[in-house]
Design a protein around this ligand. Structure first.
Ligand code: NAP
Length: 275
């Protein structure tokens, strides 16, 4: 098996499926804007091929690393060195990088990417609601613990998974089924799959939220989910999934290519991503 096209520096995003990924557009936009002679592309890697993929790339000095998406975020940890203690903290990686000596280093930029768009708000001590208890929720809860928020209510189809994550991240709060009424919260985050294209929409009554609440939906396809439309109708502050997507990609870009991406061109990038 040979996934390689040698010749110039490159990075990629791996997953299965992968055709839907917006990462090549984002990184490609930044590489072109900076005039860097490097490539960023998508590679479909089936779970059974993950070992062969990493063995191949480890030997390729042109390969800077890869973003890792569904279904490899947990499994990829077994193929990298965990210098940042990611396994014991967030528990999943979304980035593997090749060091000069060929070592592979795992990292996670999802937590930082989640935090960046809300860095200007102060949620310390305030109640938060998180919907979902999968991989994205892990990064969100990790970040919330660092932000020193108040009690966290996790609403999830499988509440036990929510309870386990609260305990993992040392957060005070409770886990309830998705059908539970929404408690008042300063920040409501949808980190679950509902609302994505092809999934039922998230059916929530937002009336318990105060007027200064922030509603943050990690789903980016569609960009304006029913949840965000409802929050906008209420006049609440909203953050969409593209903001996190671009913010986590920016952290990854700097780690992969050693330069900051031109974030002053975010409006242009957003237009490209929503075209
Ligand atoms: P995941 O690990 O597969 O977790 C999926 C979550 O959705 C779980 O909580 C699961 O509940 C719930 N769920 C799935 N199908 C459901 C259904 N039919 N009814 C009710 N709940 C359901 O996926 P993920 O990686 O966490 O991704 C979750 C969402 O976040 C996706 O929309 C993804 O695109 C988005 N995301 C966005 C970014 C970004 O940068 N904006 C980054 C990462 C992820 P159970 O626990 O009960 O199975």
């Amino acid at each position: 098996m040979n996934f390689r096209t040698p010749g110039r520096l490159y990075a990629e995003v791996i997953g299965d499926p992968i055709a839907h990924s917006k990462s090549p557009l984002i990184h490609g936009f930044w590489l072109a804007a900076l005039g860097l002679d490097a490539d960023y592309r998508a590679a479909r890697v089936a779970p059974a091929d993950l070992s062969a993929y990493f063995a191949d790339r480890r030997a390729d000095p042109d390969w800077r690393g890869c973003n890792v998406t569904i279904p490899h975020k947990l499994a990829a940890l077994d193929h990298v060195e965990d210098r940042g203690d990611v396994r014991a903290t967030i528990g999943a990686i979304n980035l593997a990088m090749r060091a000069e000596d060929g070592a592979l280093i795992g990292a996670n930029t999802d937590a930082g990417g989640f935090y960046a768009p809300i860095a200007g708000f102060d949620f310390s001590g305030k109640p938060v609601v998180v919907i979902g208890a999968g991989g994205a929720a892990r990064a969100v809860l990790f970040a919330l613990a660092k932000m020193d928020v108040g009690p966290v209510t996790v609403l999830n189809r499988t509440p036990l998974k929510g309870a386990a994550l609260l305990s993992t991240f040392g957060l005070k709060g409770r886990a309830l089924p998705l059908t539970a009424a929404l408690p008042p919260a300063a920040l409501l985050v949808n980190a679950g799959a509902l609302g994505m294209t092809g999934q039922p929409s998230l059916d929530l009554d937002l009336s318990p939220l105060p007027d200064d609440a922030v509603v943050y939906d990690l789903v980016y396809a569609p960009l304006e989910t029913d949840l965000l439309a409802q929050a906008n109708d209420r006049g609440l502050e909203t953050v969409d999934g593209l903001e996190m997507l671009v913010a986590q990609a920016a952290l990854a870009f700097e780690l992969l290519f050693g330069v900051e991406p031109p974030r002053e061109r975010d409006d242009e990038l957003r237009e490209l991503l929503t075209a």
